[in-house]
Design a binder for this molecule. Structure first.
Ligand SMILES: O=c1[nH]c(=O)n([C@H]2C[C@H](O)[C@@H](COP(=O)(O)O)O2)cc1CO
Length: 142
């Protein structure tokens, strides 16, 4: 059965990296089914016709719950992404956090400090390194 991937990236936190999210999602599709392709949509519609509770419950109780792994691009800070990570920790999911130090930000200690070398991995990266990083990450997991 195909691996199920939940990709998290900023929406209301700011869309500066939306095109990068799209490119990451395109690569992730090579490793499984991505539930949250809309996060990389260049013109993501406001709430996509749903109310906040429908968005929250559909993402957390359905997609995140069913996922094998959460991949989160955390360079652009987002409350929603931080929340998704915390909920994924509580569900014992595999979590792969991507962060670009070159953007001039510092990743929260609550995220960088959560890494444990197995289920919670944080990688500082540049975009050109992504194919190799994803290959390593998914290659070492079933
Ligand atoms: O309309 C939405 N659709 C949606 O999928 N999300 C989810 C997926 C993203 O990984 C995350 C972004 O959170 P935020 O909007 O706080 O940046 O929340 C969040 C919103 C709006 O908060």
């Amino acid at each position: 059965m195909s691996r199920k991937i939940y990709f998290a990236g900023s929406i209301h936190g700011g869309r500066q990296d939306a095109e990068l999210y799209f490119r990451i999602i395109e690569q992730l599709k090579g490793y499984g089914t991505v539930f949250t392709e809309h996060v990389g949509h260049p013109n993501h519609p406001e709430l996509a016709g749903m109310n906040e509770k429908e968005v929250h419950d559909g993402h957390i109780d359905d997609w995140l719950q069913k996922s094998d792994v959460l991949v989160a691009e955390c360079t652009q800070p987002s409350l929603g992404v931080g929340y998704e990570i915390g909920r994924a920790v509580a569900m014992n999911k595999n979590i792969f956090v991507l962060f670009r130090p070159d953007a001039g930000r510092k990743l929260s200690c609550m995220i960088r400090g959560a890494q444990n070398g197995s289920t919670f991995i944080v990688k500082d990266y540049k975009e050109e390194e992504l194919p190799g990083l994803l290959k390593n990450y998914f290659g070492s997991r079933t």
